[in-house]
Design a protein around this ligand. Structure first.
Ligand code: NAD
Ligand code: DAU
Length: 340
């Protein structure tokens, strides 16, 4: 492994992977390939921009010519695909870009990777492909039951990855992460959204009864899981990466208000997300057997995350303008007007 194309490397998890890998693997060249959608942000890569083993290419994974040019120019032997539309609520408002990037884009990337002779292709997926898990824990062999357009588009991408392994013998690995949080997360996802809104004494729109359960995974633990799967995973296999720290949304909301010293009167129960999955939970024994172990429980991870958003207003304040405000109004104006 020498030249690694990190698609979606300007996003939240991809940029943590790059910040980690430039240090941990100085012999690798990390080539970020990113379309720079609303979620892609060069500020996330500022700390590595001068590193000798870092490169940046702006491009779309759904564009054959652009992908081919990047693979050729940088003599890529490994791809780690983070590139995706990642926000469930946006997929409910309009799913076009989700199908294009998360399904068609994965096909284009696989097709060009195969023709180029890429030796290892790791695809970053999600626990949402399993659908709502009322009881118990999803294992890698469970059937897919995606319920949101986002989850369905990610399941489509995964099916293509598996098909390229079976049909063309490509050396593929899939990872399925749970709800990831930490520094540099776009402030539309619940934790950075609620932290930054609460800091400004603005309402926190909790969907429905707020009793939904998510499993929280600190971003560096997610990256470490991808690292192990990339280096030690078996071709054609999928690996769950879970924080194994399940929390109820309303409890998480109270927790972060306490940490910020803000009143619970900021909490507004608003009409629920359509098709809202109540619970995700995964078993990650398969990855643990390769040596992975989480380093952060939710209490430690949340403390560091709250501190980071407090200390890095420069990063998130400029995001919360323009397109972000348009999205905020589409998503929340009517909901907040109907809040209880
Ligand atoms: P993000 O939205 O922060 O970043 C996505 C990045 O992909 C952005 O930099 C964006 O510009 C880029 N991108 C989007 N479409 C592209 C395209 N067509 N071509 C090239 N680049 C494109 O997302 P994230 O939270 O960092 O998630 C990264 C990956 O991890 C996604 O595949 C997501 O499905 C998966 N995942 C996320 C979580 C989570 O909780 N955030 C959990 C499990 C899995
Ligand atoms: O489970 C992995 C998935 O986690 C990833 O694949 C997705 O990319 C990532 O966005 C995340 O999806 P969720 O939908 O679980 O994350 P989100 O932060 O949007 O919501 C977390 C929970 O909080 C969910 O139950 C919905 C609720 N929520 C969210 C927002 C934004 C609210 O109650 N109010 C809100 O305003």
């Amino acid at each position: 492994m020498k030249n690694v194309l990190v698609t979606g490397g300007a996003g939240f998890i991809g940029s943590d992977f790059v910040r980690c890998f430039v240090e941990r693997y100085p012999a690798y060249t990390l080539v970020v390939y990113d379309k720079l959608t609303y979620a892609g942000n060069q500020d996330n890569l500022r700390s590595v921009s001068e590193r000798p083993n870092y490169r940046f290419v702006q491009g779309d994974i759904a564009n054959h010519e652009q992908v081919r040019a990047a693979l050729d120019a940088h003599e890529i032997d490994t791809i780690v695909n983070f590139a995706a539309e990642s926000h469930v609520d946006r997929s409910i408002l309009d799913a076009d870009a989700f199908v294009m990037s998360n399904t068609v884009g994965v096909h284009v990337l696989l097709d060009e990777a195969r023709k180029h002779g890429v030796e290892r292709f790791l695809h970053v997926s999600t626990d949402e492909v399993y659908g709502d898990v009322e009881n118990g824990y999803s294992v890698e062999s469970d059937p897919f039951e995606p319920r949101s357009p986002y989850a369905a588009s990610k399941a489509g991408g995964e099916l293509l990855v598996n098909a390229y392994h079976v049909t063309h013998g490509m050396n593929t690995i899939i990872t399925r992460g749970s709800n990831t949080y930490g520094p540099y997360q776009y402030p539309e996802k619940i934790l950075p959204f609620f932290i930054s809104e609460a800091m400004d004494d603005r309402p926190l729109p909790v969907y429905g009864d707020g009793r939904q359960i998510r499993d929280w995974l600190y971003v560096r633990d997610h990256v470490n899981g991808i690292d192990i799967a990339l280096h030690q995973g078996e071709a054609g296999e999928a690996y769950n990466i879970a924080g194994e720290d399940q929390r109820i949304n309303i409890d998480v909301t109270h927790d972060l208000l306490t940490r910020l010293g803000k009143p619970t009167t900021l909490i507004k129960h608003v009409p629920d997300r359509e098709g809202h999955d109540r619970r995700y939970a995964m078993n990650c024994d398969k990855l643990r057997a390769l040596g992975w172990q989480r380093q952060y429980d939710f209490d430690r991870g949340l403390a560091e995350t709250v501190a980071w958003y407090r200390d890095n207003e420069w990063w998130w304040r400029k995001i919360k303008t323009g397109e972000y405000l348009e999205y905020y109004n589409r998503q929340y104006a009517a909901r907040l007007a109907a809040a209880t």
